[in-house]
Design a protein around this ligand. Sequence first.
Ligand SMILES: Nc1nc2c(c(=O)[nH]1)N[C@H]1C(S)=C(S)[C@@H](COP(=O)(O)OP(=O)(O)OC[C@H]3O[C@@H](n4cnc5c(=O)[nH]c(N)nc54)[C@H](O)[C@@H]3O)O[C@H]1N2
Ligand SMILES: Nc1nc2c(c(=O)[nH]1)N[C@H]1C(S)=C(S)[C@@H](COP(=O)(O)OP(=O)(O)OC[C@H]3O[C@@H](n4cnc5c(=O)[nH]c(N)nc54)[C@H](O)[C@@H]3O)O[C@H]1N2
Ligand SMILES: [Mo]
Length: 811
Amino acid sequence: MTNHWVDIRNANLILSMGGNSAEAHPVGFRWVTEAIEHNKAKLICIDPRYTRTCAVADYKAFIRTGTDITFLGGLIHYLITTDQVQHEYVLNYTDASLIVHDDYGFEDGIFTGYNPDKHTYDDKSSWMYKLGDDGFALRDESLKDPRCVYQLMREHYSRYDIDTVSSICGMPREHIEHIWAEIGKMAVPHKTMTMLYALGWTQHSIGSQIIRTAAMVQLLLGNMGMPGGGVNALRGHSNIQGLTDLGLLSQLLPGYMTLANAAEQDYPAYIKKRAKQPILEGEVSYWKNYEKFHVSLMKSWFGNAATEENNWCFDWLPKLSRPLYDVLDTFDRMYKGEINGYFCQGFNPLASFPNRQKVTEGLSKLKYLVVMDPLNTETSEFWKNYGEYNDVDSSQIQTEVIRLPTTCFAEDDGSIVNSARWLQWHWAAAPGPGEARPDTRIMGDLFIRIRELYRQEGGVFPDPILNLDWDYNIPEAPSSEELAQEYNGRALVDLTDDNGNVTRKAGELLSSFSEMTADGRTASGCWIFSGAWTQDGNQMARRDNSDPYGTGNTLGWAWAWPANRRVLYNRASADTQGRPWGKEKAFVWWSSEQGRWIGADVPDFPLTSEPSKGVSPFIMQTTGGGNFFAGQSMVDGPFPEHYEPYESPIDNNPLHPNNPLARNNPAGRIFDKDRADLGSREEFPHAATTYRLTEHFHYWTKHARLNAVVQPEQFVEISHQLAEEVGVVAGDWVKVSSNRGFIKAVAVVTKRLQPLRIGDRDVHHVGIPIHWGFTGVAKKGYLANALTPVVGDANTQTPEYKSFIVKVEKA
Ligand SMILES: Nc1nc2c(c(=O)[nH]1)N[C@H]1C(S)=C(S)[C@@H](COP(=O)(O)OP(=O)(O)OC[C@H]3O[C@@H](n4cnc5c(=O)[nH]c(N)nc54)[C@H](O)[C@@H]3O)O[C@H]1N2
Ligand SMILES: Nc1nc2c(c(=O)[nH]1)N[C@H]1C(S)=C(S)[C@@H](COP(=O)(O)OP(=O)(O)OC[C@H]3O[C@@H](n4cnc5c(=O)[nH]c(N)nc54)[C@H](O)[C@@H]3O)O[C@H]1N2
Ligand SMILES: [Mo]
C-alpha cells in the first residue's frame, strides 16, 4: 500500500477493482465501511462477478477478465479530453513535461526494440527521456511539445474511446460513463479516491501494467501522497509484505536491492547501475545511497570477512545466469527432470501452483522432497492415490518425501508486516504441538549441520557458508529478537560527525538507515527495516493509538517502513509552497513560523528542508516525480497497453486485430511446454476465473471442522444463460475442463454472473473457488489448479490464474 488501512476512511471515493475486498479482507474492510458512514464516501466495485463487495457498493459493473487496462486507459483518455486533471500537481510532481528520446515509438501494439524470436524487448535504449548536454532531462513546461510525456500519453490512449472500451470489456456504455464521471469528480484539491486491488489485477500476464495504469490515473487526479488516496495493494498472507521486503524472491536482496546477473561481475559497475543519480537538477533520487545499504548488508552477512579489498564479498553473492530462478522456472526444470531435490517451506504447490498435472510430473521426477509445514498438505501426499481426487500410480513414483512439522505463526514470537508496511510485533499464544518446531529452529539446525559438512569435507565453494556471520546465542535456534535487531542494524565502530563527535557508539543499534555508511562501519540485514528496533527498544511492539490530527495516522502504533512513514510520498499532499492543497486534506505542510515541516506524518524530507528549494516529492524516482512514462523499469513497455490473456475467449486483440504478435503480451513469461498446453476457444469457449471465499483460507482451513461446516462442498458459479446452454440446473454436478485437465463440482446457477457482450458475441464467465483438495477433514474435492495455465506476468511472473478458458458439461 502507498497509504494504509486506517487511511481508507479519509477517502471520498473508493474504487475496489481487481479484488474482492469485503470477502478476502473482511477485517480491513471495516475502514471502507467507516469511509462510507462517516465521510459519505462512495464505493465503486468492478468485477467479472457480483461479489460480496458489490453487495455493499454504490455502483457496480461487470468487466471481462483481463481487460482492466482498457477500462483504465479509457479513463485516462476521458480525464484528459474532459480536462479533469489536477494541472498544478501534474506539472510539478510528475514527469509529464519531460521530453522522450527521439527513437522511442509504438506501432501496431509493439514498442521499439522488440525481438520477435526471443519474445522480449532486448533493446530498451529508446525507452528513456531525452537528456541535454548537462545530463539532465529536457522539458517543456507548456506540455505542448508532441514528444513530451503528457502528449505521448494523450496520443497513446486516444485509441481507448468509450465504444472500444465497452466492446473489449463487455461493459455497457452507460455504466462506463457513470463511473468515469464519478471518478472525474476527484480531480479537485479537496477530494481523493483510493484504489483497492489484489489478485484480480496481479494474476494476469499484464498484471503489473494494470497497476501502473491505475497509478497513472491517480497521478492525473493528484491523489498520490494524499490522505484517502493512493494505490493500495491488499496483500494476501499475513506476512507476504514481509516476504518481499526481506528479498525472498530469486532476483532480490533484502530491502528491494537486486542481485547481479552473470554479466555483472564488476563490483563498481554493479553499484553504479543501481545507485541512480537524479536526472533533474537538485532532485533527491534516494537510491543514490544504494552502496551504503549494500555494504551494510554484506557486513551483516559476512562480518569481518567483508572488507573493502574484497569488494565486501561481492564475489560470494550468486549471479543470475538464467533470466530468473522464479517458481515458474523451477517447476519447468523439475518437469524436465533437471532438479534432484526440492525444499517446500510453507508452500503447497500441488494445490496452489498452475497446471497441477505438470506439478505432479515434476515432483515425481525428484529424488527427494522436503516439506516444512504444520499441516499435512496435498504436496506432501502427491504420490498417494486418492481415487478421482489424486489419481496417481504410487508404484511409479520414487520420490522420497520428508516431512518436517513446523509451528504456525500463532505459536511464534516475531513481527508480521501487514499490507500497510507496518511491522507489528506479536507474541506466541501457545507452544506448538508434538514434534513441531519453529521454522527458524529447523533452518538454524540445518545450517549448522551443512556448515559442519563443509568444514569436514570442503566442497566446491565453501567460503560463503564458512564465513557467514552466525553470532546467535543458540546457533541452532536464532531468536526473533536477535533477527529483528540484525535487520535493524548496528554501528560496528564509533560513528562520528564532521567535527569528530561520537554520534553512535560501537555496538549500538542504529536509529535509521540515514546513519548507514558505505565504508563498512555499519551493518544492517534490511535497510528499510532500520528504525524498527533502536536503542529505545522494540518499536514494533508499541501500542499507542493516539491520533493527534484525527487522520488515523497513529505514529505510536507499531512501526512502518520507511522511517515510520505511513503515507508514501506525503510531500505531495502540499503544493510547491508547502501549503495543503485543500484544508480538508491537510496532512503534512511547511510551517514558516517553526521553519520546519509539521503535520500528521513523518514527512518525506528532512524536517527543515524548505519548500522553496523545489525538491519534488517522489524521492525514490530519478525525476523526483511520479512517472507516467515508465522508462526502462518495466520489461513490456513504458506505457501500459491492452493485450488479451494468453487464453482468451476472443480471437484477436481488438486494438491490433491484424498483428498476431500483439494478441497477447509480447513479453509475457511462457515456456514451450506451456505454450503447447494452451487451449483453443473453439474447444473451450468460456472465460474462467478463480477466487476465494471468506469461510476458507486457501488449503489450510479444510483441516478445521468449523470451516468445513460453513462452506462444505466444492462448487462453481455459472449464469442462468450458461446453465441453460449446457442443460444443467442448480445443484447438478458439472465437469469443467481446460486443455490441461478437469474438475467436477456442484453447479451454483446464479444471477451473480451474466454473459458479457464482447464485439459481436456473448462471453460467459465460469467462477471457480479455489479451496478444495484431498487432505483435511472437509469433503474431498478437485484441485482448481488442474485447469490453470502456466503463464506469468511479464514483470513479476505471477501466474495468470484469473483469465483462462474452459468448457462446461453436465457431469
Ligand atoms: N478468507 C480468505 N481471505 C483471504 C485469502 C483466503 O484464502 N481466504 N487469501 C489471502 C490471499 S493470499 C490473497 S493474495 C488475497 C486475495 O484477495 P483478492 O484478490 O481480493 O481475492 P480473489 O478472490 O482471488 O480475487 C478477487 C476478485 O478478482 C476478480 N477478478 C478476476 N479477474 C478479474 C479481472 O480481470 N478484473 C477485475 N477487475 N477483477 C477480476 C474475481 O472475480 C474476484 O472477485 O486474499 C487474502 N485473504
Ligand atoms: N487458481 C488459483 N491459484 C492460486 C491463487 C488463485 O487466486 N487462483 N492464488 C495464489 C495466491 S495469491 C497464493 S498466496 C497462493 C497460496 O499458495 P500456498 O502458499 O502454497 O498455500 P497456503 O495454503 O496458503 O500455504 C502453504 C502452507 O503454509 C503452511 N504454513 C502456515 N504457517 C506456517 C509456518 O509458520 N511455517 C511453515 N513452514 N508453514 C506454514 C500452511 O499450513 C500451508 O500448508 O496460491 C496461489 N494459487
Ligand atoms: Mo496471495
